[in-house]
Design a protein around this ligand. Structure first.
Ligand SMILES: NC(=O)c1ccc[n+]([C@@H]2O[C@H](COP(=O)([O-])OP(=O)(O)OC[C@H]3O[C@@H](n4cnc5c(N)ncnc54)[C@H](OP(=O)(O)O)[C@@H]3O)[C@@H](O)[C@H]2O)c1
Length: 267
């Protein structure tokens, strides 16, 4: 079995929402790797103090000099400063960046060439359900892609895409998970409006969304789910009519299209 991570030291700079999720996913699924972490917030490092395979570093430079592969999980605006600081130490190492909107060309420019992989994950990473879109820079080799795949599969599904598709993926999944959260919340509100306790309404709304998602993933297209649910003159077609009257489909399309446009603006 090919095990690209075996014996490797994986460094993560930025232990916030995404960095901590990647670390937790890797700790839960990969027994044969060690982890180095760095963050300007000491408290973020202390959260992993009881993990014997996690070594907190005093600086990004210390991490970069010791790690075999570096994952960069700071905000896009902090990427330049961090990479300029560690560039001489990672020229021969794989750099994996999850920063939204920072292109492989920019990453390569910051470190003066080198092997870079850009990733757009989503916050589903917290529960092992990230959708991670991946594209490699000019100098990556097959082993680098295998290593990135193994790391990212610890937080969910991995898809290789063209870099030009990264903006739409940012809209569809990076931001899109928040759109689904809004829909679930709104449906739960309706349950509360009609008299259900909030926690029950929220759980039922979320599990209903999960059921629809699992059906689509297993091959039922959305139209089939609609046809299997909407009987003539019944409750579902009445609800679908209400959705049509309020242009819910157009609103959902607009949300993704606007988020995609914003991603392009931020480049
Ligand atoms: N959150 C999402 O849904 C999501 C989805 C897709 C992609 N991303 C990308 O993932 C990256 C991280 O996002 P996030 O939500 O995880 O951010 P976050 O929670 O703010 O985590 C970033 C961490 O990095 C720290 N940091 C800042 N400057 C640093 C430096 N020079 N050296 C070391 N650590 C530093 C931050 O500390 P301070 O807070 O003190 O600055 C913070 O603890 C971003 O580039 C974002 O575009 C996020």
């Amino acid at each position: 079995m090919n095990e690209p991570l075996k014996g490797k030291k994986v460094g993560i700079i930025g232990i916030g929402n995404i960095g901590a999720s990647i670390l937790r996913g890797l700790l839960a699924t990969r027994e044969d790797a060690q982890f180095l972490i760095a963050d300007v917030r000491r408290a973020s490092l202390n959260a992993f103090a009881s993990e014997p395979r996690v070594v907190p570093c005093d600086s990004n430079k210390e991490l970069a000099s010791k790690a075999d592969v570096v994952i960069l999980a700071v905000k896009p605006g902090d990427v330049g400063a961090v990479l300029e600081e560690i560039a001489p130490l990672i020229r021969d190492k794989l750099l994996i960046s999850v920063a939204a909107g920072v292109t492989t060309v920019e990453l390569e420019r910051y470190i003066g060439g080198g092997r870079v992989i850009r990733v757009m994950p989503n916050i589903g990473a917290r529960v092992g359900e990230s959708v991670s879109a991946v594209c490699g820079g000019r100098n990556v080799v097959a082993e680098d892609e295998a290593l990135a795949d193994e790391i990212l599969s610890a937080i969910g599904s991995v898809y290789h895409v063209k870099e030009s598709d990264m903006d739409i993926i940012t809209g569809l999944s990076g931001s899109g998970i928040a759109f689904f959260a809004e829909v679930i919340d709104a449906m739960a509100d309706a349950g509360v409006y009609e008299g259900l306790p909030r926690d029950l309404a929220l759980t039922i709304a979320a599990k209903t969304a999960l059921g629809a998602a699992r059906m689509v993933i297993s091959g039922d297209d959305p139209g089939t789910i609609k046809a299997m649910t909407a009987s003539p003159g019944g409750t579902t077609i009445r609800g679908l009519y209400a959705m049509e009257s309020r242009a819910v489909r157009a609103a959902m399309m607009d949300a993704v299209i606007e988020a995609t446009k914003r991603s392009r603006e931020l480049r």
